[in-house]
Design a protein around this ligand. Structure first.
Ligand SMILES: [Zn+2]
Length: 239
């Protein structure tokens, strides 16, 4: 972070909160020995600028400084992206076309968000997410409401499927992101409740075969699992 931008006491508090959270997160995903090229640390870069929080493959999380100062930083969600990154391959090392066609963004985003909710809860840390800003018990309802207010058929085509919804990376992001993130999180939590977290962690580790691995381990086609989920959350549409 910029020198002098944050009071020493605050820095200390952020450091102890983040250290506690990262330790708990590594345990939760079953990778207590997680490291990047032998370095077990995760680096947090708080820049005094406006940008979308992100964590490219590796060991560094990028978050605007103001988000930390105002307790609006999804630092646990970004940490999760690093901890659950596949050991077998890296989508971001592939071409834009390959990512757009093959990366199951729903699983990456839904699992990072779902895990961050659970770890924050179990470690007694405040959870912050810019996309699912309700308590965990209300995510299904939020998802339903947002789908009803969005181009739902288009969004749902990318949930439980391969590929990145192109609208998320365009000027239309605001019309698509809230429902896409809520739906991905709600679907992942449904799968987690029904089949267990292990199946999801195994799936995301299976680079370029995430959905197929998940279908094998839960013994159900994702299309079927998706219909079960939409019924379970009470979403009615023109399916
Ligand atoms: Zn994310």
């Amino acid at each position: 972070m910029p020198r002098g931008a944050v009071a020493a006491l605050d820095q200390q508090a952020w450091l102890s909160r983040i250290s506690k959270g990262v330790r708990a997160a590594k345990e939760y995903v079953g990778r207590p020995d997680w490291n990047f090229r032998g370095d077990p640390r995760i680096y947090f870069y708080f820049a005094d600028a406006q940008f979308i929080c992100h964590a490219p493959p590796g060991n560094t999380v990028y978050i605007p400084l103001w988000r930390m100062s105002e307790d609006q930083a999804p630092w646990m969600h970004e940490t999760m992206h690093l901890l659950i990154a596949s050991r077998r391959g890296d989508w971001f090392a592939e071409s834009e076309e390959a990512q757009n066609a093959g990366m199951p963004l729903w699983l990456h985003e839904g699992l990072a968000e779902s895990l961050s909710i659970d770890v924050d809860q179990s470690a007694g840390l405040a959870h912050y997410s810019p996309v699912t800003e309700v308590p965990a018990g209300e995510i299904d309802q939020l998802c339903r409401e947002r789908l009803e207010a969005s181009p739902a058929a288009r969004i749902l085509a990318f949930v439980g499927a391969r590929g990145k919804l192109p609208e998320l990376f365009s000027e239309q992001r605001v019309q698509y992101a809230p429902a896409f993130y809520a739906a991905s999180t709600s679907f992942v939590r449904h799968l987690q409740r029904k089949y267990g977290l292990r199946q999801l962690l195994q799936a995301i580790d299976c680079h370029d075969c995430e959905n197929e691995q998940l279908e094998r381990s839960i013994g159900t086609p994702l299309k079927q699992a998706k219909d079960d989920w939409l019924d379970a959350i009470g979403y009615r549409d023109q399916r």
